[in-house]
Ligand binder design. Structure first.
Ligand code: NAD
Length: 505
């Protein structure tokens, strides 16, 4: 039975892209399922002068793809109110506060408030300050703050931002969104590890050769060139999503699956990630930027030709790194990560590469090759979701040839269609006060410390870029990074296209 959670949502940036593409559809899904029903109201605020009616039309448009009935549209959008508001103007907060109190009474919301900052981070401090000083937080119910990435641009700015927000909200009231943590298969990492003895008992340096994490995007920067050019892949993807996935893979088992126990272990894992010096950065982290390229019949322009991007931009659109985790469990096991734009295929996947058997007993007598293919556990996060495990079996027929087979499980399309979207899950978690799948300040701080030294090292040097053609799986240095240690990337979608002559070598 779903529960009708009571809350007033105040969405700052209510006319923005994120609100329309993600937040309103997610609220509608929660409404359909009865997680919010009679006792909720939404105030959208932004600078534009919109009426409630116009706002409701926009909200209705944003949920069109979910095929609501007319009745559903009316019922849902009747809970939406619009308040034009410049976040720098103190008096306008008082108007907002009055509207909030009126809706609280009308919908019997018990003073529960969820403030969603779907705006540029430079506004986070001033909004938080005003929410407190103009008494828009309530004494009776909960007041929670959801904020979007990026949380700062380095450790120092993140600390400053945290300080500003912290003056109004306590840590347990702050919900820092990392939408990767809302993804079904990212949450499944814990199920695979802690629900299966066959994996957890092998989950350490004795049996694992390497861990590989790929977050590949096939798209370029689209309309976000201006923003992206200031950020780059390291800050946009590695500091948050990738290090979060690393912490889930590397953490010790929590004593119980609770928010506090999981958080403690994740933070411990992140604190064990080796912080490099400049020399180690040069050896262990590489970057790239895409140039023109083609894949099959499609040709793509270079990053520097994208709208909003500087013509001599040095911004990286690709990062590959080796992280080392200096603790008992992981000593010596490389965690290879890579992420980039305009890669061959869109895909997020994790490959756990197990060590080969100590010797190949099936080898020919004088054969010096003693290696059998490694067992690999793959966790597919998107676009397909599931697991696979490669095992070595005997090839059918005469002789005794070893043939790797793949046990492959993917969630069906029907299951995927019915599963909640990441934002939907995270908003519901926040309504329930469960911050397990949000990022704690200690995690943000530790991640910035890992990433800052990489940025500082790169800022001192210019890279020969562009260095990979759009449509490939990144620059040569990203392959060399593994090869020099006798490893290779397990996932090679580019090879398939190369073999068909659709991608240049
Ligand atoms: P957007 O530019 O589309 O929207 C920004 C909103 O802020 C608009 O509603 C605008 O009216 C409002 N605004 C700007 N200045 C204001 C002021 N002085 N007073 C009141 N309102 C003002 O941005 P977006 O893409 O929706 O992104 C919002 C946040 O979410 C950003 O922090 C972004 O990094 C983050 N984010 C966005 C996405 C996405 O898919 N769009 C994904 C992840 C994170």
């Amino acid at each position: 039975m779903s529960q009708d959670n009571k809350a007033l949502f105040i969405i700052f940036g209510g006319t923005g892209d994120l609100a329309k593409r993600k937040l309103y559809p997610s609220l509608f899904r929660l409404f359909r399922k009865g997680n919010i029903n009679k006792h909720f109201a939404v105030i959208g605020t932004a600078r534009r002068e919109w009426s409630d009616d116009y706002f409701r039309e926009i909200v209705a448009e944003s949920i069109e793809t979910l095929h609501p009935t007319k009745q559903e549209i009316n019922d849902f959008t009747s809970h939406f109110y619009y308040q034009s508001h410049n976040v720098n103007d103190t008096e306008e907060y008082q108007v907002l506060g009055t509207l909030a109190n009126r809706l609280d009474e009308e919908y019997q919301l018990d003073g529960n408030r969820l403030f969603y900052l779907a705006m540029a981070p430079r506004f986070f401090g001033t909004i938080s300050k005003h929410i407190k000083s103009e008494q828009i937080m309530t004494e009776t119910g909960f007041s929670r703050l959801i904020i979007e990435k990026p949380f700062g641009t380095d450790y120092q700015t993140a600390e400053q931002l945290n300080h500003e927000i912290g003056a109004a909200f306590k840590e347990e009231q702050i919900f820092r969104i990392d939408h990767y943590l809302g993804k079904e298969m990212v949450q499944n990492i814990s199920a695979v590890r802690f629900g299966n003895n066959i994996f957890e008992s092998l989950w350490n340096h004795k049996y694992i050769e390497s861990v590989q994490i790929t977050l590949a995007e096939s798209l370029g920067v689209e309309e976000r060139g201006g923003y992206y050019d200031q950020s780059g892949a390291l800050k946009d993807m590695v500091q948050n999503h990738i290090l979060q996935v690393v912490s889930l893979l590397a953490m010790e088992p929590p004593t119980i699956f609770s928010e506090e126990a999981i958080r403690t272990e994740k933070i411990n894992a992140l604190k064990s990630v080796r912080i490099y010096d400049e020399q180690a950065v040069k050896e262990s982290v590489v970057r790239g930027q895409y140039g023109q390229g083609s894949l099959g019949d499609h040709s793509f322009s270079s990053y520097r030709d994208e709208p909003g991007v500087e013509e001599n931009s040095q911004t990286e659109t690709f990062v590959a790194a080796k992280f080392m985790i200096d603790n008992f469990r992981w000593a010596g096991v490389p965690f290879y990560v890579r992420t980039g734009k305009r890669l061959t295929e869109k895909g997020t996947r994790i490959n756990i590469v197990f060590k080969s058997t100590p010797i190949n007993v099936f080898r020919e007598e004088n054969d010096t090759n003693t290696n059998l293919p490694e067992n690999i556990l793959t966790i597919y996060i998107q676009p397909t979701e599931g697991f696979s495990l490669t095992l070595n079996g005997k090839e059918i027929g005469d002789g005794f040839n070893i043939d790797p087979v793949k046990l492959d499980y993917r969630h069906s399309q029907e299951n995927l269609d019915n599963s909640p979207e990441a934002y939907e899950k995270l908003i519901l978690d926040c309504l329930k006060g469960d911050a397990t799948n949000f990022t704690h300040w200690d995690e943000v701080a530790t991640s910035w410390k890992i990433v800052d030294i990489i940025r500082h090292t790169w800022d001192k040097e210019t890279e020969q870029i562009p260095n990979y053609p759009a449509g490939s799986m990144g620059p040569k240095c990203a392959f060399d990074l593994l090869e020099k240690e006798g490893h290779k990337w397990v996932w090679e979608p580019d090879t398939w296209y190369k073999n068909k002559g659709q991608l240049k070598d």
